[in-house]
Every structure is written in C-alpha cells, then in structure tokens.
Design a protein. Structure first.
Ligand SMILES: C[C@@H](C(=O)O)C(=O)SCCNC(=O)CCNC(=O)[C@H](O)C(C)(C)COP(=O)(O)OP(=O)(O)OC[C@H]1O[C@@H](n2cnc3c(N)ncnc32)[C@H](O)[C@@H]1OP(=O)(O)O
Length: 238
C-alpha cells in the first residue's frame, strides 16, 4: 500500500525478485498478470499513471518498458508526479493529472534514521555488542553541534547523535527526552535546491537558509517538524 510496494502481496515480497528467478513466470506472492501490465503500459487503464496496477512498480517485470515516464526505474528514485497514496489505492489518477506538475526533483531512498543518545559509548555498545551491527567510530561534526556514530544496517543506516559544543540542537532535545529517542529521518533527493524551492512554495519551512554539508559530505537541509507531521526531516543530496 506504500508507493513501491506490492498492493496484493506482503510488502517487499513482490520486487525485486531474486536475480536468478526467471522473469516471465508469476511470482508466487505477486498476483500481477501480464495482461494488466500491458493495459497500464498503453494507458488504457484508469489510474495507470504509468505504473503496474498489480505490483505498483514502474518497471514491473511483466510490462513493456516503452511507456515508462522520465526518471522511472532509476533505482531508489520515485517520481514527484506520482499519485498520492490515497488516489493510488483507488486507481483513479488520469493521465492529465500525471502531466499537471513537472518533475523537478525526486525523492530517493531513506538514508538514515537518527537517534539522539545521552551516552554515545553505551548506545554504540548496544548496537554493536547486543544487536551485532557494524558500528563506526564516533565522528565529531562541530559545525552541526554533534558527535555521530553510524550503525550500518545494510539497506540503510542509523545515526547516533550526541551533543557537541554549547549550543547543540541535540542538547535541547535530550533535555526534553532524557533517555534519548528518534530525532530525525534523512531522505535522499536528486536535486536538493529544487526540492527546497518547491517545498518553500508549499509552505514547508526549511531550518536554514541554505543547505550545509552533512555527515556524509553532501549537502543537507532540515525541514521543520511542525510542517512534516511532527517529524524532523533531513533532505540529503543523493
Ligand atoms: C550531521 C547531520 C546529518 O545527519 O547530516 C545531523 O544529523 S545534525 C543533527 C542536529 N541538527 C539539527 O537538528 C538541525 C535542525 N534542528 C533544529 O533546527 C532544531 O533542533 C529544531 C528542530 C527547530 C528544534 O529547535 P529547538 O530545540 O530550539 O526548539 P524547541 O525545542 O522549542 O522545538 C520546537 C518544537 O519542535 C519540536 N521538536 C524539536 N525537535 C524535534 C524533533 N527532533 N523531532 C520532532 N519534533 C521536534 C518540539 O517538540 C517543539 O514542539 P512543541 O512546541 O509542540 O513543544
């Protein structure tokens, strides 16, 4: 029910399939038949918006690639012109809706989930020694007022944040949340400047005038949690 997940199967079980799997056969967990995909590809099906009705993928293995929209199928990037989830569920998007907004930037993969921690060594030890994750050394980032430890999870990362310096944003957070807790999520975008301009038009406030270089050496910008459903969102240039 989430963009990129199969509607008819447990999430993530539809695609990608194992590399060795023969593509044409129907996956046991995906009920997407080739005929549906062809209808979608030719634009005959209401709500197609260029995606497979069955598995919701632009690059459904059962459909022709001829009608993929620009940018579709780039690993990890979702088109900005995709239908909101609610409309997608009802398959009601018309082609004219699809063309209404130009895709100036695209949302990508989840880069990391950041956790504010009162004790960096204790938190590192939990992820490394108890959960068995691969954990980095602590990295000081004075320009952000934090020390950071990265926990590698394979498909994404966690970022353990501890205050550094006197005016760290994490210090205030930990005053309110003594045991620590989830601080922000970081999502990649393919064009951070276009994203910030577009979001500004939509009255989503950025927390700095321009992007700064973040923990991975790439431009990042934070969006106000009050404009993002109560979640502090960091955008990072992919
Ligand atoms: C290295 C880099 C990277 O990953 O690349 C990083 O992570 S740097 C990570 C550290 N850097 C940042 O966080 C930079 C962006 N953050 C900020 O500018 C600030 O921390 C704000 C998010 C604006 C919060 O500012 P401040 O603490 O001064 O204000 P405040 O405590 O009064 O909070 C204002 C309202 O926002 C809420 N609020 C505060 N922090 C929040 C958070 N992390 N998640 C969700 N809501 C949050 C508060 O509960 C409050 O709501 P109520 O009014 O309802 O009580």
């Amino acid at each position: 029910r989430v963009l990129g997940h199969c509607l008819r199967a447990p999430p993530l079980s539809c695609f990608p399939r194992p590399p060795q799997a023969p593509p044409p056969a129907h996956s046991p967990s995906c009920l997407c038949p080739g005929s549906l995909c062809k209808l979608v590809a030719s634009g005959d099906e209401a709500g197609s918006e260029g995606r497979c009705v069955g598995c919701r993928r632009y690059r459904c293995p059962w459909r022709s690639e001829a009608s993929d929209p620009p940018g579709a199928g780039i690993p990890g990037l979702f088109s900005r012109v995709q239908t909101p989830v609610a409309a997608g569920r009802s398959f009601s998007t018309s082609p004219s809706q699809h063309q209404a907004s130009s895709p100036v930037w695209k949302l990508g993969r989840l880069n990391h989930v950041a956790i504010a921690v009162p004790d960096l060594e204790k938190a590192s030890s939990f992820y490394r020694d108890v959960l068995g994750a691969q954990v980095s050394e602590a990295v000081p980032l004075p320009e952000h007022g934090v020390s950071v430890v990265f926990v590698n999870l394979g498909n994404t990362k966690m970022e353990l944040l501890h205050p550094l310096g006197s005016d760290s944003p994490i210090a205030g957070f930990l005053q309110k949340n003594k045991a620590g807790g989830m601080h922000h999520v970081c999502i990649e975008v393919d064009n951070i400047n276009a994203a910030v301009m577009d979001l500004k038009k939509q009255k989503i406030r950025s927390l700095s005038d321009e992007a700064k270089i973040g923990a991975h050496g790439k431009p990042v910008i934070f969006l106000h949690p009050k404009d993002c459903g109560g979640v502090l969102v960091e955008l990072e240039q992919a």
